[in-house]
Design a binder for this molecule. Structure first.
Ligand SMILES: [Mn+2]
Length: 322
């Protein structure tokens, strides 16, 4: 069942009041009875983080900051266009709460995540997964039972080999995804960290992956990041907050200089959603305990997720009308 948490229509619902579901959507406490187009699920897991933990609070902070979008839509004045109004008014977005986390048992937590995403997909909804750290992308992608392309927006390759049995850490997710039979391609956008190893980049390319570096984005535009993928193909998108430039994400332990501007993220998101058929996405690595007082990183995270959902929904509606 879904519980309506907005209350009667006349309520003001100020951002600091109420129970924070994403964009104040209905809360769904039984995925097997889910009736929606889009389903948010949180993964409060940061056991896969190699430095300072804290991203387990990412989903909660993003939900909280998402309540600041209280107008029933996202409005882009540059386009004079609203996004998500029909979705929110029609209650086609629900929040399924969080995956059950088993402390010190990444295998158990991630099995729970895969099963929950399988259940969301079985109900015909698109999963929108909020981290946690970047470990979660592999358990989410393995839940899809049809061919998909994967596009990653990130400063880091996350293409490390599994060592000493550590499967569920945030540095291995893209290598593991790339080995799945139903993953048709891997595109890694914004990669620039000088902590990444040459061997991992060589392996990603040798396995057929495409890496789009920042100089390429500055040369060709962020709107070109999906041009090499077949138009209309199914794609899963994973967005790490550190794809953005370090100056935009003080609440992220893995922030790197030289990253995407907000406008470049917008252009990449628009290009992906318009050219391809997005079947799910995740957003990871905001670390609220490291955050500055204004919560700008969590706010940017909420905006990034809501904006991409808006573009994806807009493209789906345009396709329906064709
Ligand atoms: Mn990263």
């Amino acid at each position: 069942m879904s519980a309506k948490i907005r209350g009667p229509g006349e309520r003001l619902n100020r951002a600091y009041s109420g129970v924070p579901t994403f964009l104040r959507s209905d809360y769904c406490d039984d995925i097997d009875a889910l009736d929606a187009d889009y389903a948010v699920i949180g993964v409060p897991y940061d056991d896969g983080s190699p430095f300072v933990g804290g991203s387990r609070f990412c989903a909660r902070a993003i939900r909280e900051h998402s309540l600041r979008f209280g107008g029933g839509a996202l409005y882009d004045i540059a386009e004079d266009k609203e996004y998500l109004r029909a979705v929110l008014a029609g209650r086609r977005l629900v929040d399924c709460g969080d995956v059950d986390v088993a402390p010190s048992r990444g295998d158990v937590t991630m099995a729970n995540l895969t099963r929950d995403v399988e259940r969301i997909l079985a109900r015909g909804a698109m999963p929108i997964v909020l981290g946690g750290d970047h470990t979660l992308t592999y358990p989410v992608v393995r839940a899809f039972n049809r061919p998909i392309h994967v596009v990653q927006l990130d400063a880091h390759l996350d293409y490390s080999e599994v060592v000493q049995g550590m499967t569920y850490v945030n540095s291995t997710s893209m290598r593991l995804i790339h080995q799945l039979d139903h993953v048709q391609s891997l595109t890694q956008v914004g990669i620039r960290s000088m902590r990444d190893m040459k061997k991992n980049a060589d392996d990603a390319r040798a396995n057929g992956g495409r890496i789009v570096t920042m100089p390429e984005i500055r040369r060709d535009g962020a709107g070109a990041v999906a041009d090499h993928l077949p138009a209309g193909a199914n794609v899963y998108v994973t967005i790490d907050i550190d794809a953005y430039d370090m100056s935009l994400c003080p609440g992220c332990v893995s922030a790197e200089p030289g990253g995407l501007s907000f406008e470049e993220m917008q252009a990449a998101q628009r290009a992906i959603s318009q050219r391809l058929n997005v079947v799910g996405f995740d957003f990871v690595e905001v670390n609220p305990p490291l955050e500055v007082g204004t919560g700008v990183t969590s706010y940017l995270g909420a905006l990034t997720v809501a904006m991409f959902l808006g573009y994806v929904d807009d493209a789906a509606r345009a396709a329906e009308q064709r």
